[in-house]
Design a protein around this ligand. Structure first.
Ligand code: F3S
Length: 275
């Protein structure tokens, strides 16, 4: 059986950076915590907890210590609240997300009506929205773009992990909404690279294994794209592999979401090779 890894897979730059920052701020007394899980991967969150980086859902849960802002970022009010509570703030927001947040703020400050193209419930999109002082409109479909009111000045920013192709389609619908449009294509290449590499591999193998948290939007998207090309299973760890999946399979492709640790990818790879 041949096992092939996608050309681009696993941790992206922003996630690697956030985990490094979290580890540098670990504390033996449990007072260093990320606000929300640092990444959408339960195994990594557990490992960090053992290393001295906890996770809280709300700042109220922390009486002292260091709050680590995860790569998805947060709105400005969270920084203010953390400081007001006497917490030290360590910012591990991905620089690409930071750029989208500050772009939204700048556009609002310059009098643009702002549209954020992205998933309404995604924490990163919520944070970009908060940096727009709650003034931006969030859309994620062409129909929603059609419904945007025409305006004098229109500024567009995008969720960093949004599909480049869908972004273009939606922007096309927005072009007629204003004569003064600023488009900030705040998409990060990590997502496009992983998606293109996954689709390419999925069209050459009999079975794709997509590794990553079941709650990870980018991993779920990879699994969906691969399933359009070949038989695909979305797994979190090697323990989920089942013998019957591999009947008559000659080539297996492996990819992983941007929040999937290397050690999990290696375990799955080895287990497939040893079949
Ligand atoms: Fe940053 Fe792109 Fe990763 S925005 S967190 S490098 S997917």
């Amino acid at each position: 059986m041949e096992v092939i890894l996608a050309d681009y897979l696993g941790f992206c730059y922003g996630v690697k950076r956030a985990i490094k920052i979290a580890r540098e701020n670990a504390s033996a007394d449990g007072t260093a915590c990320t606000l929300g899980p640092i990444i959408h991967n339960p195994q990594m969150v557990d490992r960090l907890r053992r290393e001295g980086v906890g996770s809280v859902d709300r700042l109220e849960e922390m009486e002292k210590g260091t709050v680590i802002i995860r790569s998805h970022g947060v709105g400005p009010a969270v920084y203010d609240e953390a400081k007001a509570r006497g917490l030290e703030v360590v910012d591990a927001t991905c620089p690409h997300v930071k750029k989208a947040q500050l772009s939204a703020k700048e556009l609002v400050d310059e009098g643009y009506s702002v549209v954020i193209i992205g998933e309404k419930e995604h924490p990163e999109v919520k944070s970009i929205f908060e940096w727009s002082s709650g003034k931006a409109q969030i859309i994620e479909t062409e129909d929603e773009a059609e419904a945007v009111e025409p305006c004098g000045k229109l500024g567009i920013v995008c969720q960093t992990t949004f599909s480049g192709a869908r972004f273009r389609q939606i922007v096309m619908r927005l072009l007629e909404k204003s004569r003064d449009i600023r488009i900030l294509r705040t998409i990060c290449t990590a997502t496009d690279q992983r998606q293109a590499a996954a689709i390419d591999l999925a069209s050459k193998v009999d079975l794709m294994l997509v590794i990553g948290g079941k709650n990870s939007a980018n991993t779920t998207r990879l699994a969906q794209l691969c399933s359009e090309k070949c038989l695909t299973y979305h797994i979190e760890t090697a323990a989920e592999l089942q013998d019957e999946w591999f009947d008559k399979i000659k080539k297996i492709g492996i990819t992983a979401g941007a929040s999937t640790p290397d050690w999990i990818i290696k375990e799955v790879y080895k287990k497939c090779q040893n079949r």
